[in-house]
Design a protein around this ligand. Structure first.
Ligand code: SAM
Ligand code: SF4
Length: 424
């Protein structure tokens, strides 16, 4: 979401005559687009901000702006705490980048923006074949650990006509893969439902792959499963964050499903779409998580066998309801549980990757390998990264090509392959 917000700010600034440079030393304007989902992201920002202080001393004309979730959270406190910051913009106000930079009075833009879903902004995309598309903004779920509903605000869905016309425009420019973005795409609520939107995107000529993130398990419907199954271009991969294998912890997290509901949905998905890849998010060491709750998460990993997970240790976010819960755990406990989760999952991911050895996979070529011109990297429909040997024969291949690739080596987090046929 943040990467795409940055692409929009770049689009607006390009229209104002700005050009991108490689290093802050050469810039007249530096914007930090910040994330506050976990403490580590915040710390990273503050240390980057500290580093730019010297540059500002040497270059007093340099303008420094802070955008994103930390900007929203801290508001004018940032200007007080860090006097060399010139402007502050929350995630709902990136459209203000043009005005705010011109004005000496209005240095802070953090108001609620009810028009966010109806405002079309120019986008300067970093990739030439794959594109992010917002279908909705922000979140209403208030999971008890999560800062997003406080920093990004209330959920708002874009009209389907705007989404479809943006994707048609992208297809005309040569984009072949789109990823539909929302904190919970399953609660997309506009003139049509999310499964209907997927079906409409599936029909757009020129687009060859459709992905979406993220699906909240509580809102995953049979209609969505059927749409993934039936739409040819919709990739057979779903990211479905479980967070914990303990129903007690899920309830404390305010996730609004029980562990058994989650398993029931996974079973349904796998029955309808046997080859689908399922990935997930897990939080280790949530308040009041006992050894037994942690065991239930480990058991869940063994029972469900995700293709991959993103796992994090619980990070206290001030302002969320979990921050004041009793039973906060020591960092050492959270970290040792996280390590165990990662170890268990690494073995499962490796085993699942090994099962793909010698199979033929359809790969969308993405990036040339900078170190080895004989290789390019791409992704399977199921979102697994494959390093592909070109063997000198395929100099004409380019990002966006679809190839049939034979998997010859399976690693923990990636695959190696050789081209069998294509581009298709
Ligand atoms: N809306 C999406 C969802 O619910 O899956 C993504 C939200 S968030 C950007 C991505 C992941 O960060 C969450 O699924 C959760 O596992 C993790 N996360 C959020 N807040 C966290 C916190 N306070 N501590 C640790 N992990 C957190
Ligand atoms: Fe955060 Fe939950 Fe919303 Fe995801 S669904 S952004 S975890 S509050």
């Amino acid at each position: 979401m943040n990467v795409h917000d940055s692409e929009k700010m770049s689009g607006i600034l390009k229209g104002e005559g700005y050009i991108e440079v490689d290093s802050a030393q050469d810039a007249d304007l530096v914007i930090f687009n910040t994330c506050s989902i976990r403490q580590k992201a915040e710390q990273k920002f503050y240390s980057e901000l500290g580093r730019i202080k010297e540059l500002k001393k040497r270059k007093p004309g340099l303008t420094i702006a802070v955008a994103g979730c930390i900007a929203q959270q801290e508001g004018k406190n940032i200007l007080k705490r860090v006097p060399y910051v010139d402007h502050v913009m929350g995630p709902q106000n990136i459209h203000m980048v043009r005005d705010i930079l011109k004005s000496n009075i209005n240095r802070i833009a953090i108001d609620d923006n009810p028009l966010i879903a109806d405002t079309e902004l120019p986008v300067e995309r970093k990739d030439e074949v794959r594109a992010w598309i917002n279908i909705m903004y922000e979140c209403n779920n208030f999971c008890s650990y999560c800062i997003v509903p406080y920093t990004r605000g209330r959920e708002r869905s874009r009209p389907s006509s705007a989404i479809l016309s943006e994707i048609k425009g992208l297809a005309e420019k040569g984009y072949v893969e789109v990823t539909l973005l929302g904190q919970n795409v399953n609660s997309y609520a506009s003139d049509i439902s999310f499964p209907q939107l997927l079906k409409a995107v599936d029909k757009i000529e020129g687009i060859r792959r459709v992905r979406f993130v993220t699906s909240h398990p509580k809102d995953l419907s049979d209609d969505l499963i059927a749409a993934i199954r039936d739409c040819e271009k919709v990739c057979k991969h779903i990211h479905l964050p479980l967070q914990s294998g303990s129903t007690k912890i899920l309830s404390l997290m305010n996730r609004k499903y029980e562990y058994n509901d989650y398993v029931h949905k996974v079973n349904k998905i796998r029955k309808e779409i046997p080859k689908i890849a399922i990935t997930s998010d897990i939080i280790a060491g949530f308040p009041d998580e006992t050894v037994e709750d942690h065991r239930l998460t480990i058991k869940a990993l063994h029972d469900i066998e995700f293709d991959g997970i993103f796992a994090f240790h619980y990070s206290v976010r001030v302002g969320t309801s979990a921050a004041t819960m009793l039973g906060q755990l020591e960092d050492s406990i959270k970290l040792s549980r996280l390590n165990e989760i990662l170890e268990v999952q690494n073995d499962i991911s490796e085993r699942k990757n090994k099962a793909l050895l010698n199979t033929l996979q359809e790969i969308l070529l993405e990036t040339p390998n900078e170190k080895d011109p004989q290789k390019m990297s791409g992704r399977t429909q199921t979102n697994k990264t494959v390093s592909i040997s070109l063997n000198g024969k395929h100099r004409t291949l380019k990002p966006g090509d679809l190839l049939n690739v034979r998997i010859i080596k399976a690693n923990r987090h990636s695959l190696d392959g050789i081209i069998e046929e294509g581009p298709n």
